[in-house]
Design a protein around this ligand. Structure first.
Ligand SMILES: *Cc1c(COP(=O)(O)O)cnc(C)c1O
Length: 575
């Protein structure tokens, strides 16, 4: 779905900028001085880059929204020459790797640059791809490896981060750009800010002035909750990989001072070099527990993630939104009248649109396989629940299997299927064992075996397909641990009924806007989950209830979901 239709007239662009009450923005952002977004992960397979999860999807959606709204924008990110995949056959998982060539995705080679280590220089290729007002600017080399290869505090990770920061900054110069602002998508991109600081100081600016200048123009976006979980690097690693790339003695000294007991966490200098700091939902911005080097708690502004709606929502549904003025040409819902506009959406409309989504899902499913190696189809008259996530502990993919008999009873009673799509991190043995336990539970119960399907190698295509084709999605993070999450946004925008714990971006609004799971312990939450699955299944059998829940979700969340709202919030914060 590549129908971005960027704003084509100067008037449209001016109107969007004035919609955010910053008519002078046109002077601050220009093609030569763009909004520069640094990220170690991008999830945009259409453009050749596969990510790991939400962090990468967000980066890709930021660029797509910028393109749609004609915002001058550069996404600085690595092009990984290798990509990992997972396959299941006979209940065994195999990992395999595919080689990626940037030429196949329309990237152009710009030139080679070098970054230094203590003993040698590493040559990096700079490649770019322009799309409307935006471009991908990537660094790559044959030994760059995969996304997140190696341990998080390893030499190779540090090398990748240094290559992205210092190399990416050189790449920007190479193509003749100066950043209006730098957004650091998590601390792995910290060295971009160091490269800028170093450039200012080594071209003659007073060190403190350079720090003030860099701080004012740098936004650090945090997606993590606890600083303690962040990797540490030691001084020796910095001597090998980082310091050789810094010209200014003052900058080196500044960075050296950020070590405590011989090691450093990148968030410590990041919060010093970025005056602007954001978290990715209201709850997350409030609870992210970060401290500066003096022990003072860091305050984060909340800019809740959004999604690029034209990528993630069924075109028929987008047309419906436009026709009924539920979204305007910027993909923003009307501030005052949204509930009136949504009111016209009938159960018949909802069912009709969902059927189109189901057909699209079945198309996608026809070239995927389940845990038995079979391709599956979900009957058009069956109800579909889905759970699609990276398999990490806090998201609790096993929770709905806590009582297999109850689950089977619900699925049978409502002629429902359940798709579980996921991806276990490479080398996460514990999680893999948990997944195997779930698969055995399914295998041992004839009803579950018929109605529950596990789809490995969860990716964008499955994420999209399930949002389009499922009637109700299940989201069960342990409350307090999801920073935002965006797959629930795809589900609501595609007219699904959300069943969720009150966490992440879902908690931006009160819990009576969706089918909430609460409870004092996992047992209670689980009972609540089964109860809400029945509420959702009954709602799909009853026009009044279906309209009630779909209307309620859209009125509450459409503005939050809109990626244009997110872009507006960032532009307002930055300028
Ligand atoms: C949307 C999407 C995500 C985001 O997932 P959350 O668990 O909601 O953060 C991750 N991976 C893929 C492939 C997606 O499409």
């Amino acid at each position: 779905m590549d129908n971005y239709q960027p704003l084509d007239s100067v008037e449209d662009v001016e109107e969007f900028y004035s919609a955010i009450e910053r008519d002078k923005l046109t002077h601050k952002l220009s093609p030569e001085r763009p909004y520069c977004y640094w990220t170690i992960e991008t999830y945009d397979k259409r453009n050749g880059i596969r990510g790991g999860g939400g962090l990468g999807v967000l980066a890709a959606d930021m660029r797509r929204v910028a393109e749609q709204l004609s915002v001058p924008f550069v996404l600085v990110t690595p092009f990984y020459p290798w990509e990992s995949h997972q396959k299941m056959q006979d209940m065994k998982q195999t990992d395999f790797h595919t080689e990626q060539h940037y030429e196949d995705y329309g990237f152009n080679f710009v030139d080679n640059i070098h970054i230094k280590t203590e003993t040698t220089a590493v040559e990096l290729s700079v490649i770019e791809k322009k799309l409307g007002s935006t471009r991908f600017l990537c660094v790559t080399e044959p030994n760059f490896g995969e996304l997140y290869s190696g341990e998080s505090g390893s030499d190779h990770r540090l090398y990748q981060e240094v290559a992205l920061g210092f190399g990416g900054y050189q790449a920007l110069k190479l193509v003749g750009l100066r950043p209006a602002v730098i957004q650091l998508n998590e601390v792995a991109t910290f060295f971009a800010a160091v490269a800028r600081l170093d450039e200012l100081v080594s071209s003659g600016m007073d060190f403190y002035e350079a720090v003030v200048y860099t701080r004012k123009h740098t936004l650090y976006t945090n997606h993590t909750l606890v600083q303690a979980a962040e990797a540490r690097f030691n001084y020796r690693q910095f001597e090998q990989y980082v310091f050789p790339n810094i010209k200014s003695v003052a900058v080196k000294r500044w960075l050296s001072d950020k070590f405590t007991n011989g090691s450093i966490q990148l968030s410590t200098p990041t919060v010093e070099i970025a005056e602007l700091r954001s978290g990715v939902s209201k709850l997350h911005a409030r609870v992210a527990n970060y401290h500066d080097i003096n022990g003072a708690k860091i305050k984060f502004k909340s800019v809740t993630n959004g999604i690029h709606m034209r990528t993630w929502v069924l075109p028929e549904i987008m047309d419906y939104y436009y026709e009924h003025e539920i979204l305007d040409k910027f993909d923003l819902p009307p501030a005052e009248t949204l509930s009136e506009k949504v009111e016209v959406m009938s159960a018949e409309d909802i069912r009709h649109l969902k059927l189109a989504g189901r057909r699209k899902l079945n198309e996608i499913l026809s070239h995927r396989t389940d845990q038995y190696g079979n391709s599956i189809q979900i009957p058009e008259d069956a109800m579909l629940f889905d759970f699609k996530r990276r398999f990490v502990d806090y998201k609790r993919p096993w929770l709905p299997f806590d009582n297999p008999h109850k689950l089977a009873e619900i699925l049978e009673k409502y002629n429902a299927h359940y798709i579980l799509a996921g991806r276990v991190h490479l080398g996460d043995k514990r999680m893999f064992e948990k997944l195997m336990g779930v698969l055995r539970t399914i295998d041992n119960n004839p009803i579950l075996k018929e109605r529950v399907h596990y789809l490995p190698d969860y990716d964008e295509e499955l994420g999209l397909g399930l949002s389009l084709g499922a009637n109700s999605s299940i989201n069960t993070p342990i409350v307090g641990l999801e920073a935002c999450g965006t797959s629930w946004m795809k589900d609501i925008a595609n007219l699904g009924i959300l069943i969720s714990t009150h966490d992440g971006g879902v908690a931006d609004m009160p819990s009576d806007n969706y089918l909430t799971i609460s409870g004092r312990n996992e047992g209670e939450e689980c009972a609540e989950l089964y109860r809400q699955m029945e509420v959702a299944a009954q709602a799909w059998q009853n026009d009044f209830d279906l309209e009630y829940w779909i209307h309620k979700e859209l009125v509450a969340y459409l503005d939050i979901i809109s990626g244009s709202r997110m872009m507006k919030d960032y532009l307002n914060y930055l300028f």
